[in-house]
Design a protein. Structure first.
Length: 323
């Protein structure tokens, strides 16, 4: 009998445990709470490593991403790299340590970001790129404007506005970024197709308004007979505009930028700047988060998602200002 009682004891414990689980499920149901297998999935967390929040373009991109995250009910962790590749590497490592589900990166430098992307790959965290690409590592989706097309359109507009002939200069963005490379490629395509346009200089101003101002001052001093200037973003274009005003040549110089930033749109409406190429940074941020959420949920996403670009001049700037 003692041996028989000893065998029954574990069976009774198992029955008691099963009974407790049944009582718990019934209690939850009675309270109107979902059963254990109906409880919601763990919240998705998306990391956004952004090149800089000192540039209004990327602030708008961040805002678009945040709106999409709020709409989807996911957490968005934003890290500002302040246009510094080392800071970006640290930010990416922090996001990896936090074990976010997906990382969206808008890299400072397309080459320098490769190591950080590869670290995310090794940690099993999918990576999405927005606006600027990365030259290595595994990327599940890239969302960006057609920067080559935009650069070509900007060049064609500039050459048309100066009358089809003359001397022009280019202010380049941050070396190593896909945006600077692609916009420059597009501008060169337009230049190659123009017979009477001379590119007298093409210099880096790092997508910065302050550098756009100082670099443009040097350009205007070296080339006082300049007819037009293309800046690979509006921040540099606005800096060049300030330099042109300071040099007293603003009325004689055609300036075309890229991005359709608010200040640039206002300058075009006032007749100070002459054109820009509109991107949709809020849309890029929105699509980036949507893609990231889809990836986190195990869905297949498109490897490349182009976002449209459009030329803005005084003729249509009002439509963009109304937005």
């Amino acid at each position: 009998m003692e041996r028989s009682e000893g065998k029954e004891q574990p069976m009774s414990a198992k029955r008691i445990a099963l009974a407790l689980v049944a009582v718990l499920v019934l209690a939850l149901a009675a309270c109107g709470e979902p059963a254990i297998d109906e409880l919601p999935d763990e919240e998705i967390t998306v990391g956004l490593s952004i090149s800089t929040l000192a540039n209004p373009f990327f602030v708008t991109l961040r805002d678009g991403a945040q709106e999409a995250a709020d709409a989807a009910g996911v957490e968005l962790v934003v890290a500002d790299s302040r246009d510094d590749a080392s800071t970006e590497a640290d930010n990416m490592q922090d996001l990896i340590v936090q074990e976010v589900d997906v990382i969206i990166i808008n890299p400072v430098d397309s080459d320098a970001a490769v190591a950080a992307v590869e670290s995310a790959n090794q940690a099993g965290i999918p990576v999405v790129t927005v606006d600027r690409g990365v030259t290595g590592g595994e990327i599940v989706s890239h969302i960006a404007s057609d920067n080559v097309l935009g650069g070509r359109l900007a060049g064609e507009l500039l050459f048309e506005l100066i009358g089809g002939s003359g001397k022009v200069a280019q202010l380049e963005g941050i070396p190593g970024t896909s945006a600077a490379r692609d916009r420059g490629t597009g501008f060169e395509e337009a230049l190659a197709a123009a017979e009477d346009i001379e590119l007298v200089t093409s210099v880096t101003a790092n997508f910065s308004r302050d550098e756009g101002f100082t670099v443009a001052q040097d350009v205007f001093t070296a080339h006082p007979d300049l007819d037009g200037l293309f800046a690979q973003n509006d921040e540099m274009a606005l800096g060049a505009l300030e330099a042109a005003e300071a040099a007293g040549i603003a009325d004689d110089l055609i300036i075309v930028g890229f991005d359709a930033a608010d200040d640039a749109l206002a300058a075009i409406a006032d007749g100070q700047m002459h054109g820009t190429v509109a991107q949709l940074p809020a849309e890029m941020g929105k699509i980036g988060v949507e893609q990231a959420v889809a990836v986190a949920q195990g869905e297949t996403v498109d490897a490349e998602i182009p976002v449209e670009v459009e030329v803005v001049t005084e003729d249509n700037v009002g439509a963009f200002l109304d937005e």
